[in-house]
Design a protein around this ligand. Structure first.
Ligand SMILES: NC(=O)c1ccc[n+]([C@@H]2O[C@H](COP(=O)([O-])OP(=O)(O)OC[C@H]3O[C@@H](n4cnc5c(N)ncnc54)[C@H](OP(=O)(O)O)[C@@H]3O)[C@@H](O)[C@H]2O)c1
Length: 290
């Protein structure tokens, strides 16, 4: 088992015993006494202070990789998605907990939130694109699903877990947006609209939480090789593979490392927004193929 050191956690000095002590007693009681009773090694103590991280859409791709990266960094991970079998594999690999979650469904989100007694980090990752139809040929149902998943899903989870994030005294919401939320492209309108919208939501949230102990960050990747394109093209593997042909795209682990890094900055540092692209990509529409 990997326990991060104090410096790799970049969290804690002596002062943090006061800052994080409340979390310890509230969520992870030591067998006797507390973190100051001297029976715990420094590394264990500080690993424990990471707290609970909820990752949505963790049954594949960026979400699964993020769960692994966070667990490796000392977080207790709770993962949610619809494909529960795959989710359980991720939970088993990370020592975390898996709960079924459909971010488009109020009842599912309520049931999920009820099973999460505390939370210091929420990674809003569940999302994706459906189709590449032009506006003239828009499939409104696909647009609705994209909005439900990428925008309302984020709103539901954030609203549900915000009380825990704030009560932790040092909460953090990290949302996975997209370069598609910065640069529209033909055939992308439904997805563009959803990712532009979630950027607006994150910006508002950041302003509304100013002065309260919750950070708000957005990570906006370009092309990442996951199941994203397979889903976008309705399971057409050949078409999905073409997206990455002749390109060295980002991997899910690359993005997960961004999340891990953003979440491990000292509490007073808020990385508001991070755009991360493959070297072969210079914008939503500019891709270099070898
Ligand atoms: N790959 C890229 O090129 C790229 C680029 C920029 C941004 N992104 C964003 O990165 C995020 C992760 O995507 P990915 O690339 O890792 O794709 P992925 O491999 O298809 O993963 C998407 C995840 O979202 C979950 N999900 C979808 N609908 C859901 C729902 N209604 N409720 C709960 N979970 C749901 C899926 O789980 P279940 O199907 O099991 O529910 C899956 O775990 C998305 O927000 C996507 O928009 C991806």
């Amino acid at each position: 088992m990997y326990f991060p050191t104090r410096s790799s956690l970049n969290l804690c000095s002596e002062k943090c015993r006061t800052r994080h002590g409340r979390r310890w007693s509230a969520t992870r009681a030591a067998p006797s006494g507390g973190p100051d009773d001297g029976r715990y090694g420094d590394r264990v103590q500080h690993a424990a202070t990471r707290g609970t991280a909820v990752v949505t859409g963790a049954s594949s791709g960026i979400g699964a990789a993020t769960a692994r990266a966070l667990a490796g960094d000392g977080w207790e991970v709770v993962v949610g998605a619809r494909r529960i079998d795959r989710l359980k594999d991720v939970a088993a690999a990370t020592g975390g907990r898996a709960h079924a979650l459909d971010v488009t469904d109020d009842a599912s989100v309520d049931a999920f939130v009820a099973r999460v007694p505390d939370c210091r980090l929420l990674v809003n990752n569940a999302g994706g694109a459906l189709g590449v139809a032009s506006v003239a040929d828009a499939d409104v149902e696909q647009w609705r699903t994209m909005y439900e998943t990428n925008v309302l899903g984020v709103a539901r989870l954030t609203r549900g877990l915000l009380p825990h994030l704030e009560a932790s005294g040092d909460g953090h919401v990290v949302t996975i947006g997209s370069i598609a939320g910065h640069e529209p492209y033909p055939g992308g309108a439904g997805y563009n609209a959803a990712k532009f919208a979630v950027r607006a939501v994150m910006s508002v949230l950041r302003q509304e939480l100013l002065g309260r102990p919750v950070r708000v960050s957005e990570i906006d990747p370009g092309m990442v090789e996951t199941e994203f394109s397979l889903v976008r093209f309705g399971g057409d593997a050949e078409r999905a593979a073409q997206v990455y042909e002749g390109v060295t795209p980002l991997t899910a682990d690359d993005v997960a490392e961004c999340v891990r890094w953003v979440a491990s900055r000292p509490s007073h540092v808020n990385v508001d927004q991070m755009i991360v692209l493959a070297r072969d990509q210079a914008g939503a529409r500019q891709v270099h193929r070898h």
